[in-house]
Design a protein around this ligand. Structure first.
Ligand code: 13P
Length: 251
């Protein structure tokens, strides 16, 4: 179902105590003043169980940052979708550009992760987005089309209805250079049209598409006002309760 979402991707940041403090401040502030969107926190995996315990008492939802493409077995260091489900994780980011770049993740591997998550009723947040050189050579639409075709569009419409898409242009991640409102809307509309082509208009209208990449308390409102931008996947600005809550209150 299409909804407005603000999700915080904490990446590999925060000590356990800092993470607990951040969650508890966000939870108590949200109790006082509830944002009009769904709020998801994606802490490092070691803190997920603590986070889901907090989430039990609040309206916050919890997402993991990664999952194994295997169900179980001899995969040292990996965490399965079943393990995430057992501690009540609601969402999981997959295909983040940092995982594509540093861990060699391909669309095929990411598609397997998506399937493992859906098997466990965990909603994937599927990241796509082009590199700077791809935008400069004007191949950004082709890149995103390919990522979605290989990574997502093999799902049935029923399966796909549980997926959230996050458009994160790589040149905007952690750089302070945000996509302009026009650039974001243009790509989000393109993505929604791709979903309509792969499935149908109704499925496309029901798809939640988030923007990520230097989204902050100052620019969130303008970005979220676009008709095809349903919220944000926030990195750096999700590490401070004040900033993150301001973004969540941009709706
Ligand atoms: P920044 O908001 O720090 O640019 O990171 C975005 C991101 O990668 C979220 O997944």
């Amino acid at each position: 179902m299409r909804k407005n979402i603000v999700a915080g991707n904490w990446k590999m940041n925060k000590t356990f105590d800092e993470a607990e403090e951040l969650i508890s401040v966000i939870a108590s502030e949200m109790e006082r003043n509830k944002p009009k969107c769904e709020v998801i926190l994606c802490p490092p995996s070691l803190y997920l169980e603590m986070a889901t315990d907090y989430a039990d008492e609040s309206t916050i939802l919890i997402g993991a940052q990664n999952v194994s493409n295997h169900e179980n077995g001899a995969y040292t260091g990996e965490i399965s979708a079943g393990m995430l489900s057992a501690i009540d994780v609601d969402y999981c980011i997959v295909g983040h550009s940092e995982r594509r770049k540093y861990f060699g993740e391909t669309d095929t591997l990411i598609a397997e992760k998506v399937s493992r998550l859906l098997d466990q009723d965990i909603r994937p947040i599927y990241c796509c987005g082009e590199l700077l050189e791809e935008r400069e050579s004007e191949t950004h639409f082709d890149v995103v089309r390919q990522q979605l075709k290989e990574g997502l569009f093999k799902l049935t419409a029923d399966e796909f209805s549980n997926v959230v898409i996050a458009y994160e242009p790589v040149w905007a991640i952690g750089t302070g250079v945000t996509a302009s409102s026009t650039q974001a809307q243009e790509m989000h509309e393109f993505i929604r049209n791709l979903v309509a082509d792969a499935y149908n208009n109704e499925v496309a209208e029901e798809t939640t598409i988030l923007y990520g990449g230097s989204c902050n308390a100052k620019n969130a409102k303008e970005l979220f006002e676009n008709k095809d931008v349903d919220g944000g996947l926030i990195g750096g600005a999700s590490l401070k309760a004040d900033d993150f809550l301001k973004i969540a209150h941009s709706f």
